[in-house]
Design a protein around this ligand. Structure first.
Ligand SMILES: C[S@@+](CC[C@H](N)C(=O)[O-])C[C@H]1O[C@@H](n2cnc3c(N)ncnc32)[C@H](O)[C@@H]1O
Length: 199
């Protein structure tokens, strides 16, 4: 993804109350961050955050954590979360490669929405559904390992199915034409391109 660096974004992110600094300190203790025992749903690669913000607003009895590696991308989301005081949503600004240093048996669902496809074979390990990442996710889940993935990329879709199978994740629901009423920024762009411009 091509990214515009926004001046001062690192400082804004590191001083935001909704961004959890040093997240590894809370490994196994995330319920203390929220102050309740509610389930925790995680989105890796939240981008501008439309999806997770809307979910958090509609489901106050669930805690949400959004994970995003680039501070510049997060600024708009932070403004909304702070101004609307969405207390069941926290943000981590980091690369998810170290996810198993941050959570231990406390995530009830993982969302992967329109993840970067990393088409070159030499970058396959960076795909968020690669066997390497699936292995990392093993220890973060509490109970069943539940991943909800959305993608517009056929290659990533087929690759992910293969990886889920190899890593003993079972497919429960699969759709080629599934549109959520809570959409991500990429999903909106995809739908617009597919239905308004291609036909
Ligand atoms: C293609 S965008 C999709 C954003 C959003 N989910 C959507 O559907 O609009 C992928 C996002 O994932 C983030 N990302 C990719 N790899 C990541 C990683 N290893 N750790 C954290 N964030 C990551 C990127 O910075 C980017 O914002």
């Amino acid at each position: 993804m091509r990214l515009k660096h926004i001046k001062n974004s690192e400082n804004i992110v590191s001083s935001s109350k909704v961004v959890i600094q040093n997240p590894h300190l809370y490994k196994g203790k995330w319920k203390s961050v929220f102050g309740n025992n509610n389930k925790i749903f995680l989105e890796i690669g939240m981008g501008k955050g439309n999806f997770i913000i809307e979910h958090a607003k509609r489901n106050k009895n669930i805690n949400y954590i959004g994970f995003e590696k680039y501070p510049s991308v997060l600024l708009g989301a932070l403004k909304i979360i702070e101004s609307e005081n969405i207390s069941n949503l926290k943000i981590i600004c980091a690369d998810a490669s170290n996810i198993n240093d941050i959570f231990y048996r406390e995530i009830s669902k993982l969302y992967l929405n329109f993840s970067d496809p990393w088409p070159k074979a030499r970058h396959a390990k960076r795909r968020l559904t690669s066997p390497l990442f699936l292995k990392r996710y093993d220890s973060i889940f509490k109970g069943f390992k539940i991943i909800e993935q959305k993608t517009d990329n056929d290659d990533l879709f087929l690759y992910s199915l293969e990886c889920y199978k190899k890593s003993h994740y079972f497919k429960l629901k699969l759709s080629r034409n599934y549109f959520d009423d809570i959409r991500t920024e990429y999903e909106n762009k995809f739908i617009l391109t597919k239905f308004y411009f291609n036909f």
